[in-house]
Ligand binder design. Structure first.
Ligand SMILES: [Fe+2]
Length: 198
């Protein structure tokens, strides 16, 4: 105790769009933790850059969750980050209402693929300090992951600034407990280490 553990990690955004390069990067360095995520559809800008008045939101989300499923099945990462990423912008920043119930089947498939591959689901707490006001994914999906047999969750503050390091992690821990988890995982040399939630 009283020491700071510093691990080596990488977030691979859209690794499935160029699997050979992603696999090369993973094999090239001795990471502790590899994060998998998707921030944009193929040949499109990041979801943070889209003006949703110009799009059919559900058409984008149909494709997004298909890509998330492919990512989860590919599975060469340790934790799947911010599963509901587009909502940060669609709902949080631009005020659209999104009914995620229409994706419950494919979200189940994504969660099952993570479980089958022994992967973790990230609770991304950045939403607590952003307009969306909740984690990505939110409590319902984290609970569903647990119900389906999910073992590992990671907590991420998604800090792009020093002052955001660790922001919302205590609330995220409480959410994990509320969903039935009694530990969070971190990865060392790509192996899960369970840290009990006190
Ligand atoms: Fe990300």
């Amino acid at each position: 105790m009283g020491k700071l553990l510093v691990n080596a990690g990488i977030e691979l955004g859209q690794p499935t769009y160029d699997k050979p390069t992603a696999e090369y990067i993973i094999s090239r360095f001795a990471y502790d933790q590899v994060i998998g995520s998707i921030h944009n559809l193929r040949d499109m800008p990041d979801f943070c850059e889209l003006k949703y008045d110009n799009y059919d939101i559900y058409k984008l989300l149909d494709e997004y969750f298909d890509e998330e499923l492919e990512l989860a099945r590919w599975g060469k990462f340790d934790t799947l980050a911010h599963l509901t990423y587009p909502l940060r912008y669609m709902v949080g920043d631009q005020g659209y209402t999104v009914d995620l119930n229409r994706y419950s089947d494919i979200i189940d498939e994504i969660l099952r693929a993570l479980i089958e591959n022994g992967k973790a689901l990230e609770i991304n707490t950045s939403g607590y300090r952003q307009k969306i006001g909740r984690t990505m994914p939110d409590v319902d999906i984290v609970k569903r992951f647990k119900d389906l047999g999910g073992e590992f969750i990671t907590l991420g503050s998604d800090s792009h600034f020093a002052e955001h390091v660790g922001a919302g992690i205590d609330r995220g821990k409480q959410l994990a407990v509320d969903c039935g988890f009694n530990s969070v995982a971190l990865f060392q040399s790509r192996e899960p280490v369970l840290i009990p939630i006190e």
